[in-house]
Design a protein around this ligand. Structure first.
Ligand SMILES: [Ca+2]
Ligand SMILES: [Ca+2]
Length: 362
């Protein structure tokens, strides 16, 4: 039995190992100091805010007394789902695209040893309070108010070929602005048609706001009434369409829809057609209210108070996508016979648009 180890030897071995183990752990306790416990960082999500705009800055901060801060993280924990945190891993960040409601955001601060602490902030977004800055109810007869409006001038653009600066084509009917188009002959003015339009160019221009126009118009082959906006400085970002155009309402021919369109250098092709356009059914036999809400980061289009479409300013937009940070003026016109609607069927004449009122609020 050469290979058999006696029980005695095994017992001795266990005893030896146990003693060694005890003495090793004793050595370790005496030689290595216990590291002090990591102190958690602090987080401050900033003061609660109440705003009436759709963007806010979250002023967060953090400290760590015994180390460094490894990361910040912002999350929405309550409120509407419409929002966009611009820099969710920075202590301070903008939050864009907010809507009416009460949001709660949390800031999570993590230190270099992984300790986390949280702080929350409440952001209440109230509906914007609008202040009327321009109004015309057209409740008179005769000429329009020349402190606000001028005749649109005739030029070679399709919509402007037949514009005629007389009260026969743009006047007040007691409760409306009346813009007309017909084919009557005018001596010394040898164009086949005449039409009316007025604009606030040089008199009233504004940047951002709510525009509402209540209007009614006839249909007919070749007709093209429009309510739209152009930049007060025509070539601030270059020639059309680079400086922008906002079409609050256009109608052509006998269509049962109206069109609402944004033009700029990025969305308008070489034929002048925009990819940002929306067609909506309207009440052809009656007045409708056409509107926009133009803000720093989007243009919303409305028909009878209902949102029809939104053009959002893209992230990192240049003037190609967003030339809409300059003053624009308003144009109201009854045109036709050229461009988009094509030729007029004369038996469909006269065409006319009645504008009950215009309101601009900011
Ligand atoms: Ca720490
Ligand atoms: Ca009126």
């Amino acid at each position: 039995m050469k290979n058999r180890i006696s029980l005695k030897k095994i017992q001795n071995g266990i005893l030896f190992l146990s003693v060694m183990s005890l003495s090793l752990s004793a050595c370790s306790k005496e030689d290595t100091p216990v590291p002090p416990e990591n102190k958690a960082p602090t987080a401050n999500a900033g003061a609660d805010q109440t705003i009436t705009v759709n963007t806010v800055t979250l002023n967060g901060s953090g400290t760590d007394v015994d180390g460094t801060i490894k990361s910040y993280e912002w999350l929405r924990i309550d409120g509407p789902t419409q929002y966009s945190i611009a820099a969710p891993t920075q202590a301070q960040t903008a939050v864009n695209n907010l809507t009416q409601g009460t949001y709660q955001f949390v800031l999570i601060v993590t230190d270099n040893l992984g300790a986390k602490v949280r702080d929350t902030v409440t952001v209440i977004v109230n509906p914007k309070v609008w202040t009327l800055v321009f109004e015309d109810n057209f409740n008179a007869t005769g000429n329009f108010d020349t402190s606000k409006w001028s005749y649109c001038s005739r030029n070679n653009a399709s919509w402007a070929k037949y514009l005629t600066s007389t009260s026969d084509f743009a006047s007040l009917d007691g409760s409306n602005l009346l813009l007309k188009m017909d084919n009557k002959t005018i001596s010394n003015d040898a164009v086949p048609y005449h039409s009316g339009g007025i604009e606030t160019n040089g008199k009233v221009a504004f940047t951002y706001g709510k525009v509402e126009v209540r209007a009614k118009f006839t249909q007919g082959q070749g007709s093209w009434p429009a309510i739209w906006m152009m930049p007060a400085t025509p070539n601030a970002y270059g020639s059309w369409p680079n400086s922008g155009e906002i079409d609050i309402m256009e109608h052509v021919n006998n269509e049962n829809v109206i069109h609402q369109t944004v033009h700029n250098g990025a969305v308008t092709n070489s034929s002048g057609v925009s990819s940002v356009t929306k067609s909506s059914s309207y009440i052809a036999s009656d007045y409708n209210t056409y509107g926009i809400i133009w803000q720093e980061n989007k243009i919303e289009f409305y028909l009878n108070g209902v949102l029809t479409s939104t053009y959002n300013k893209p992230a990192n937009a240049t003037s190609a996508q967003w030339p809409f940070d300059k003053p624009f003026y308003l144009i109201l016109n009854q045109s036709g016979g050229a461009g988009w609607p094509g030729p007029i069927t004369d038996s469909n004449l006269p065409f006319q648009m009645q504008v009950d009122w215009v309101r601009i609020s900011q």
